[in-house]
Design a protein around this ligand. Structure first.
Ligand code: PLP
Length: 383
């Protein structure tokens, strides 16, 4: 949808100085990204730098345990350890080909900042990452990684020194330096064209998985499951199956596990509101968005998910920290694969579905690997 609207969600709700830059970006995306030269270069970088295609893995031990065929799309095997590189490669290449020589991004836990710094180094683009000072102190290793990759890390000291303050600082930078700067947004969120552009760059996940699934089973899965923070790995998996008879399930960060803390999930609960340039589903102000996985700690969600929810195309459920941690451990023990805590929410939802016998085959997006989560896991399990 080229007007950036998803059945009333989405749009471009931004102050006047950002209208022109976003219009330029939308035009660049529609024109540049549609050329053979762009597609060829992106394909080569996906293969040789990022490690695509990723395997489709039949989880035989888990499948046997739950008497349901469970397949994992292995985005955890990508360079950087997660799906984020798919989006960063696409946007950085677009920036370069439309004459920008500088990338900026905001980051919370630091994973998107690291992925942006990797592509900045690869393509020779000056890179500046905005990060709240509080986050930077908590994630010192990711700050070091970004600097090692040649990026400048700007620790934001205003306000609460968190992600929202980093977003504000990055937006100001963008408005001031728009001639040479691309703002590399990390998920299917923000004003148009970001939600559809990030979706398109991530939709390689589902396009590959659909073909791999067909080759292997001569069929399509009954269900597709993904975790939802901003929503990019989920949309990336779902997009290729949109018009198929495949049920979609989104697993949100459900917090610590009493019923009221399940309200940290903007799709399973939440309300309609304008935030960060888009109309979407947002959690209530008085709810703490904390989840055991930093990557799911976002108060809003991509507008296309808000639409999927409204029209009933996808079912969204809050998965508690304890449920995600149990799935994290179960996948490690049964399959020899340690998933990211974010991805563990999707695994937990898949196990719930397998237990109810509703579907015979389930495709799960394993969005990232768990190496980054060892400290958290070690504090939870007494092994
Ligand atoms: C960042 C991250 C997420 C959450 O982002 P989405 O845009 O919802 O995909 C999920 N999984 C992993 C491994 C991540 O790093």
């Amino acid at each position: 949808m080229s007007n950036g609207e998803f059945e009333g969600y989405g749009g471009r709700h931004v102050p006047e100085p950002l209208h022109e830059p976003l219009e330029q970006l939308a035009t660049a995306y529609d024109e540049v990204a549609d050329t053979d030269a762009f597609r060829d270069e992106l394909r080569d970088l996906r293969e040789e730098f990022a490690g695509r295609p990723t395997p489709l893995y039949y989880a035989s031990n888990l499948s046997e345990r739950y008497d349901t065929d469970i397949y994992l799309k292995r985005e955890d095997l990508l360079h950087g350890g997660a799906h984020k590189i798919n989006n960063c490669l696409g946007q950085a290449l677009l920036a370069k080909r439309s004459g920008r020589d500088r990338l900026i991004a905001e980051t919370g836990a630091g994973q998107h900042g690291v992925a942006t710094a990797m592509v900045g180094a690869l393509l020779g683009l000056e890179t500046e990452i905005y990060m709240g000072k509080k986050d930077a102190e908590r994630q010192a290793m990711n700050v070091f990684r970004m600097r090692l990759l040649g990026a400048e890390v700007n620790e934001v000291t205003r306000g609460g020194k968190g992600l929202a303050d980093a977003v504000d600082a990055a937006l100001e930078d963008f408005a001031e330096n728009v001639e040479k700067t691309h703002y590399l947004v990390g998920s299917v969120v923000g004003p148009d064209p970001f939600p559809r552009m990030v979706r398109d760059f991530q939709s390689v996940i589902g396009a590959e998985a659909r073909e791999q699934f067909r080759d292997r089973t001569d069929d399509l899965p009954d269900a597709a499951v993904a975790c939802v923070g901003g929503g990019s790995n989920a949309i990336g998996l779902f997009h290729a199956f949109r018009d198929d008879d495949v049920a979609f399930y989104g697993a949100e960060g459900g917090g610590e596990g009493t019923d009221s803390s399940r309200h940290a999930a903007p799709l399973s609960t939440g309300k309609d509101e304008v935030i960060h340039g888009m109309k979407t589903r947002v959690i209530d102000d008085d709810v703490d968005v904390h989840s055991v996985s930093a990557g799911l700690d976002y108060p809003g969600v991509g507008p296309e998910h808000a639409m999927f929810r409204a029209v009933g195309r996808c079912e969204y459920t809050g998965i508690t920290d304890d449920e995600a941690l149990a799935a994290f451990r179960e996948l490690s023990e049964t399959e020899g694969i340690i998933p990211a805590l974010e991805s563990s929410h999707a695994v937990a939802r898949a196990i719930q579905l397998a237990e109810t016998d509703e579907h015979e085959t389930i495709l799960v997006n394993l969005s990232g690997r768990g190496d980054k989560d060892m400290e958290t896991a070690a504090s939870k399990f007494d092994l």
